[in-house]
Design a protein around this ligand. Structure first.
Ligand SMILES: [Fe+2]
Length: 231
């Protein structure tokens, strides 16, 4: 698949932006919501515990969250899958124990006008590395493992691809500092656009077409909230 409304998507793109939209109290409310929510998946392979922000656990917080995002993003729609009741989920909480591989969260529907990804760190330590390269196909995990490349995804699962690769060797210093969990040959032709060092109290707004991954600088408490949006 290739996104159909490419010009429109590109016209909405811009550099990553750090904002402070939530007060300490609101961050605390979001952390408490995370504790109250039921567990959704525990992916043993990726060592990530996920919970989804379901509406109506804290309706006051639902309203605050939506309106604060609207202030920053203008009109937008949520694009985080639906709850069992069919309501929009407001985001996904990720508690990581090991860093996520290189991927892109560009969506699963070619008709969608994908927009911004909103990342709110809720516990340190960690970074997200954004590469210059962008991707306008389906959500994809990038790998050079021939076995992994054979994977046939279901409707809501990432594709696998090695089409991110180029010729230029990847910067060794950056690899050693941030990306030791990734084979340096899987980074050929990639250049870093922006390294986001997680800071609780901040929120990062970034285009969904950016290829990215977590850094190897991680502790067992790394917890963040991500919301995907479309127009
Ligand atoms: Fe992601």
């Amino acid at each position: 698949m290739k996104h159909k409304y490419l010009d429109k998507i590109k016209s909405l793109e811009g550099p990553p932006k750090k904002v402070n939209i939530f007060s300490d109290k609101e961050i605390k409310m979001i952390q408490e919501l995370y504790n109250d929510l039921p567990e959704r998946t525990f992916n043993k392979k990726q060592k990530v515990r996920k919970k989804a922000w379901e509406q109506n656990y804290n309706t006051e917080l639902d309203k605050i969250y939506f309106s604060k995002l609207k202030e920053i993003l203008g009109d937008f729609k949520m694009d985080n899958l639906k709850s069992e009741k069919g309501d929009d989920l407001y985001g996904l909480f990720h508690e990581s124990f090991s860093p996520l591989p290189i991927h892109v969260d560009s969506g699963f529907d070619e008709e969608d006008i994908i927009y911004k990804q909103v990342v709110t760190p809720l516990a340190p330590v960690g970074d997200t590395i954004f590469f210059k390269k962008r991707w306008y196909g389906r959500s994809t995990t990038f790998t050079i493992d021939p076995e992994e490349l054979k994977f046939k995804p279901k409707a809501d699962q990432n594709d696998r691809s090695n089409k991110h690769l180029g010729d230029k060797e990847f910067n060794e210093e950056i690899h050693t500092k941030y990306l030791t969990h990734i084979d340096i040959n899987n980074l050929k032709g990639m250049e870093v656009e922006f390294i986001y060092e997680w800071k609780v109290g901040e929120t990062l707004i970034v285009d969904r077409s950016h290829i990215h991954c977590a850094s190897s600088r991680i502790n067992h408490k790394k917890l963040g909230l991500t919301t995907f949006t479309k127009k």
